[in-house]
Write a protein that binds this ligand. Structure first.
Ligand code: URA
Length: 236
């Protein structure tokens, strides 16, 4: 997470970077008296204040850059900024968050038909760290299979020799835990395209339902499908 020392910023700049309104609209909102700083109404948009001192319409401002969001992604939504691809995971966030600068993006992706734990951030460094293949953050998936396990899957996944269709390097060792013959959990440390589905496809099976329950030590806790919460600095 970003840990730069807070500095005072112009009120119009603050509102615009957090997505409340365009620069010109922010100036109008401030002039109309919607902003207070330490309890005093301020109508000049070039007034400088610390983020935590400002209320907009009586409420504290959204968090500054460095926000990390944990979402329980439902099936059917896509991890993309492109509206043409269907309903987006960003549609579950407050609409003004779509206008933040820097923008909020998912940390890695879950495919459209996969549900579960998804992280989002506007912190480019964090995004890089958590998606880079150098940092093997374990991710745990719950999978339902079309056909009963044949028996040697755990050994093959653990061996680090499994080649996915069209790829030249084998998957890193992954840990399969069998719940019953069509229900498993699989822990992987990479994030290849549709990796879990393709790992089972490589062994002649088919994943019919997929849910991510953990990333590292993070879990969904009480979050219901479609809900999200902002992570505290010490949770990452
Ligand atoms: N593996 C998949 O197949 N899909 C996902 O969304 C994540 C991992």
């Amino acid at each position: 997470m970003k840990n730069s020392k807070p500095s005072k910023q112009r009120l119009d700049q603050l509102l615009t970077s957090l997505g409340y309104a365009s620069r010109s609209e922010s100036k109008k909102l401030i002039a109309s008296g919607l902003v207070t700083v330490e309890g005093k109404q301020i109508t000049k948009s070039d007034f400088k204040a610390f983020h935590h001192e400002v209320l907009f319409d009586g409420k504290p401002l959204d968090p500054l850059q460095g926000i990390v969001i944990l979402m329980n992604k439902p099936k059917g939504l896509v991890c993309s900024h492109d509206d043409g691809e269907g309903q987006l995971v960003y549609d579950l966030l407050p609409s003004r968050w779509r206008n933040r600068d820097p923008k909020i993006s998912t940390i890695g992706r879950l495919d459209k038909e996969t549900s579960g734990l998804l992280l989002l951030t506007d912190d480019g460094q964090l995004l890089h760290r958590l998606t880079s293949p150098k940092y093997h953050v374990p991710k745990l998936y719950e999978a339902t299979l079309d056909r009963p396990l044949r028996g040697n899957e755990a050994e093959i996944f653990a061996s680090g020799t499994l080649l996915l269709n069209g790829e030249k390097t084998a998957c890193l060792p992954a840990k399969l835990t069998i719940i019953d013959e069509t229900h498993v959990t699989l822990e992987i440390t990479e994030g290849r395209y549709h990796q879990v589905r393709r790992m089972f496809a490589a062994l002649g099976n088919h994943v019919t339902a997929l849910h991510r329950s953990h990333i590292g030590n993070l879990t969904l806790g009480d979050l219901k499908e479609g809900e999200h919460r902002i992570l505290a600095v010490d949770e990452l």
